[in-house]
Design a protein. Structure first.
Length: 103
């Protein structure tokens, strides 16, 4: 991501979580809507997601929380190549808010 997208209000840990999870989100999104994912990827590479892409990222990270402390009897475990904790979700939401997105 470009330096222009890094705002001083963004904690470095939140930025690191976003940098780890956004590429996974983009990869998964491309399987469902290649055009929209391509637009989001270009925005990410230029340091600015569209408002729609930011909302999609916020929804995705919320839906992908895998470290919930639930056991197998309490609910399904989302499949994926990356684990997303509740703290990761919160970090991405803070990161988006620090970038000026209303999510």
């Amino acid at each position: 991501m470009s330096e222009s997208a890094h705002h001083s209000a963004t904690p470095p840990q939140d930025e690191q979580v976003a940098e780890r999870l956004v590429p996974v989100w983009l990869e998964e999104a491309a399987r469902h809507d290649e055009r929209a994912a391509g637009e989001a990827r270009r925005g990410w590479e230029q340091g600015r997601l569209s408002p729609d892409a930011a909302r999609e990222l916020a929804d995705w990270v919320t839906a992908r929380v895998t470290d919930t402390a639930f056991n197998a009897d309490e609910g399904p475990v989302p499949e994926g190549r990356v684990r997303v904790s509740v703290a990761d979700k919160a970090a991405v939401h803070r990161w988006l808010a620090a970038q000026g997105y209303d999510v």
